[in-house]
Design a protein around this ligand. Sequence first.
Ligand SMILES: Nc1ncnc2c1ncn2[C@@H]1O[C@H](COP(=O)(O)OP(=O)(O)OP(=O)(O)O)[C@@H](O)[C@H]1O
Ligand SMILES: [Mg+2]
Length: 675
Amino acid sequence: MPRMRVDPKLLEALADAAPDALLVVDSKGRIQFANQATLLMFRYPATALIGKPIETLIPARFHPRHRVDRSRYARDPRNRPMGLNLELVGRRGDDSEFPVEVSLSPLGVSGERLVVAAVRDVTELKRSRELLRRSQRQVALAQLAEHAVSTIGVESFCKDMLQVLAELLKLSHAGVCERGHEGKHLRFVAVHGWDDGQALAGIGRVLPSARLQRLLTGDTQQVLLMPGKNARRDPASYLTGAIISLRGPSKVHGLLSLFRRSDEPLSPDEIMFAQSATHLAAAVFERLHHQSLLLQASKMEALGQLTGGVAHDFNNLLTVISGNLQILEDVLFDQPDAQALVASAARAARRGADLTSKLLAFSRKRQLTAQAVDCAHLLGGMRDLLQRTLGEGIELRYRIDPDLQHALADPGQLESAVLNLALNARDAMPRGGALTLSAHQRASSRLARNGADTVVVEVSDSGEGMSREVIARALEPFFTTKAAGKGTGLGLSMVYGFVRHWGGDVRIYSEPGLGTTVRLLLPAAPVQGAPTVLQSQGQKLRGREHLLVVEDDPEVASIAKAQLRSLGYQVTESASINGAIEALTVHRDIRLVFTDVVLLGGETGFQLADRLRVEQPELPVLFCSGYAEAALEDHFSAGAERPRILAKPYAREDLGAAIRALLDRKPGRAGDARP
Ligand SMILES: Nc1ncnc2c1ncn2[C@@H]1O[C@H](COP(=O)(O)OP(=O)(O)OP(=O)(O)O)[C@@H](O)[C@H]1O
Ligand SMILES: [Mg+2]
């Protein structure tokens, strides 16, 4: 096609009229021509650029990459934009920088390979793009916040969040991991762009474990990943991003990791966006954590009330059964065959009483017998017992801090709690292993009332461990994974009951296949010398005194009467407070009142005791109850010494011993019986 001859001046004027900078560069990278817009944009005087290398217009840090790009272009010259997906930067004569877009075209003139570069200053464009991105992020955050409020699972929220982050931050990979107990393990809650295993390995590759630990303990809030050394030459290894901790008010819940295949690190704006998202995620973790604690607590509470009620009624039945059996035993003293039958029935009744006492332990809220216990001493004394219980195949290790402060507990119950934990550990190690019993002290913040420390008693085993589901239910009464007849599922619930009464708590840490640690957190008690020894056995039981039995259940009353008579006592019976007062006026020789706590018509044995305190202050009163002691708390007047309560079902020996103890007490203390 024939071409019109054009005046070169016109061409120059045309180039100068263009709003973009137009540059012609030769094959050596030298500037051959620059239009007026170039001089204005890059702030150079006329002709100052001619003959200069094109890198003059580019910040020094981009020179290596630019040279690579230039020789690549020389091999395959065609019209195209430069540095697709890269942020291009121009350098002015005064060294200031500004964002540019560049398109390149080859130009063949008189045999030389020239390149025309059209450069556009995109400062304004970039600014409005940034504004647009910012408002996109704000909209996304608002939507995430809405989701954070309504979500019922961390997984669904985190998945949603990763999707949003990946899209707006152009991420290739991202993940949220949750921290296991004490930060020992990381579990991925949601991932984007890779699977859980790759994600873990990915974090491991970019972070040394010490930095990871600092993130998990909350010492560092985030670690930014900068482009690696090879990033410029090998785009496949471009990896930037950040790992940010999910820090809630109570603890660090986990980590958010963001990776981008690019040599552009996250901008401050992008990091701020990611941080806002982690705040939301931490709030979701926190809320759901508290919700599950609350749910667990109310479930335990409801179970406690239910089991407490059942145990109470059951105890009345057992009182009748075992009482009758004891009387039968006396009657049948000359028939050994029949006595053997009775003895077997009595054993069964005792087992029943054992079970109900475990149930009551679980359902009670506070124990009246908590006292200062020297745990180091108590646990030390259990070594033989434990070794015998565990057998040969299990190594028993002791890690007891000898300077342990006393703990608020009950020595007998604490012993039985530790024994129960050891039995569980033994069952979890059928092929042997190790059990570690440790106790140490810890300055506690959460558990402590009035700033008291916590005594931690811990039983760890190397056994089969527990799944999350089993851990969640292990403290419930009757929850067992053992074969029928092997476990009743009451061991841990009893331990839990005891420890809660003392004002402490129970924690279970376990991983399937790795072992289990059950930790008892006991409130420390002010040191008060040696622990009180449990009541010694073999006290005097019998007597001839006249006693008044106050009991509304006629069957239980007649058992009590029969038991007391068989111990030699003379017994009068009544079913109500008025009846009791009447009986006391008729029989002036009554020396002690034995009353049920809960009487018919809402009356209580405590009300009777209150009346007697006025009318006959010297007369001792012994209470009995099938209820959890905590349920009776409200009836005690504040500051008063706790009355002695005999738990149903009681053996004749317990009844006799308690009565003797009261009758033989030195006179001189006013009021009802308070041993
Ligand atoms: N140390 C442990 N290792 C593994 N699992 C345990 C451990 N301790 C408890 N468990 C699990 O918790 C469940 C409940 O324990 P718990 O002591 O309450 O009842 P149990 O041992 O099954 O029966 P019981 O103690 O009444 O004989 C067990 O069945 C077991 O699945
Ligand atoms: Mg058990």
